[in-house]
Design a protein around this ligand. Structure first.
Ligand code: FES
Length: 60
């Protein structure tokens, strides 16, 4: 299980909670999450995990 304060994007130090907040605020794609939180915009290594989180949240 992920913890709320787990860092998902290490380049930009974006936490799981920040990604969840972005999704709660209407983000529906990795691109929008990148615009809002800066997660995924540097090396891209976290994009797969962001996609997983999006899928989990949008399918709730
Ligand atoms: S770990 Fe997220 S952009 Fe590098």
């Amino acid at each position: 299980m992920r913890e709320k304060d787990d860092i998902i994007c290490h380049c930009q130090e974006v936490t799981y909670q920040e990604i969840l907040d972005a999704i709660d605020n209407g983000a529906t794609t990795v691109e929008i999450i990148g615009d809002v939180t800066e997660a995924g915009i540097t090396c891209g290594g976290c994009i797969e995990e962001i996609e997983e989180i999006l899928e989990e949240e949008l399918n709730k």
